[in-house]
Write a protein that binds this ligand. Structure first.
Ligand SMILES: *Cc1c(COP(=O)(O)O)cnc(C)c1O
Length: 376
């Protein structure tokens, strides 16, 4: 059977059991399992607040929306970001009429603190950091820079479900204003589509609840008119319909139970790959500075001729992938073209190796053998 690049493994019977509960109870929307999931996610990560969403993309939008409201940012204010990421990271900046300013990446494909500091202007308000592939990169240095220049920090933690660093979840670190996770169909904690936003302060978390659910404010009435006016609520913001639902949360609750165990298997596979490629001088392994606690959402190599390798491997039904183009190559971000030479160069050589729960050790050895046969 062909080897796929990313393929989620669902614990089907357990997922169905949770979903059945929703169906029998007649509760498939917001609440019930979504609240259970938020509680479990807080317990698992140590985040103080968690709000279950229908995707990470909408969470990133809320992050910028709320920061802009609370800190009185103006249209055109700048957010420093990475050019190699899924486009949502950078779209979210545009949703709020802010300006993405691209900074270059380091060897781990995460933001390079030196270039970030060079790109700070008097209009810079925030940095969005992507924990690329589950790596933490130089986030600590980025947090120091943010503190020094009084900037907010958004963590796009789409790849980071399960990543720890010295035992703690980077999203909970002081200086990270908000972390946004993705449980999209091929992420480490896969559902269909959903995500979670975790603020570090109660005011933003409260505002988030309202904005993520059509601006609805139940509290004022709930407090003053117990009982009789339970149906009555106010709408005092132009909110959005961004909440997640109980069916997706059923899957998330089930998959969460296996997340650490599955991430351990990912690390095992990565070790085999690293071992297999370490003596090949034509291959550049993307390193991680904390391999023991990284959730390894993606395993990429930089090779001289990526297209040829993709073609070669497909003959053996080994399907690798290509993840992110340098976002400044997209029309909407063309203004940033040329601003990040390292990201631009390496993004043309990156190939994503298969990494998921369906791979056997033999599959991994076969992939290593075929790659080394071709790249030499
Ligand atoms: C997947 C992904 C997103 C978007 O997540 P969704 O849940 O699909 O909206 C954002 N950023 C990065 C880096 C991603 O990989």
């Amino acid at each position: 059977m062909a080897i796929q690049v990313l393929k989620p493994k669902f614990h089907v019977e357990e997922c169905l059991k949770e979903i059945r509960e929703c169906l029998e109870k007649g509760w498939t929307g917001m609440g019930f399992k979504t609240v259970q999931f938020e509680e479990e996610w807080k317990k698992y990560t140590g985040h103080k607040y968690a709000y279950y969403l229908n995707s990470n993309t909408v969470g990133l939008h809320l992050a910028f929306k709320i920061l802009k409201m609370r800190y009185n940012w103006k249209d055109g204010d700048e957010v420093i970001t990475t050019p190699i990421t899924f486009v949502s990271t950078n779209l979210a900046i545009l949703y709020e009429n802010l300006k993405p300013v691209f900074a270059d990446v380091d060897d781990e494909l995460c933001l390079d603190p030196e270039d970030v500091e060079r790109k700070i202007t008097n209009k810079t308000r925030a940095i969005i950091f992507v924990g690329y592939g589950g790596r933490v990169g130089q986030l600590k240095k980025i947090l120091e820079i943010a503190k020094k220049h009084n900037l907010r920090v958004v963590l796009d933690a789409a790849h980071m479900s399960g990543t720890r660093y010295d035992g703690s979840f980077p999203g909970t670190w002081e200086g990270v204003d908000v972390a946004v996770y993705s449980y999209q169909a091929v992420k480490n904690l896969a559902t269909g589509d959903s995500g979670c936003i975790c603020w570090n302060d109660p005011e933003s978390a409260e505002l988030n609840k309202q904005l993520a659910w059509c601006g609805i404010n139940k509290d004022t009435y709930a407090r003053s008119n117990k009982g009789t006016y339970a149906w009555k609520y106010d709408v005092d913001y132009v909110g959005y319909k961004y909440n997640g639902n109980a069916i997706m949360a059923s899957i998330a609750l089930t998959q969460l139970k296996y997340l650490d165990q599955e991430n351990e298997r990912r690390r095992e596979i990565v070790k085999m790959y690293n071992e297999g490629f370490k003596n090949n001088s034509k291959i550049k392994i993307i390193p991680a500075n904390h391999p023991e606690e990284c959730c390894y959402h993606l395993y990429e190599l930089a090779v001289p001729d990526r297209e040829a390798l993709l073609d070669y491997l497909s003959q053996f039904e080994i399907n690798c992938g290509v993840h992110y183009r340098d976002n400044t190559e997209y029309s909407i971000f063309a203004f940033g073209h040329g601003s990040c030479p390292k990201a631009h160069e390496i993004s043309q050589h990156l190939i994503t190796m298969p990494l998921h729960m369906w791979l056997t050790d033999e599959d991994v050895q076969l992939i290593i053998k075929k790659v080394n046969e071709f790249v030499k």
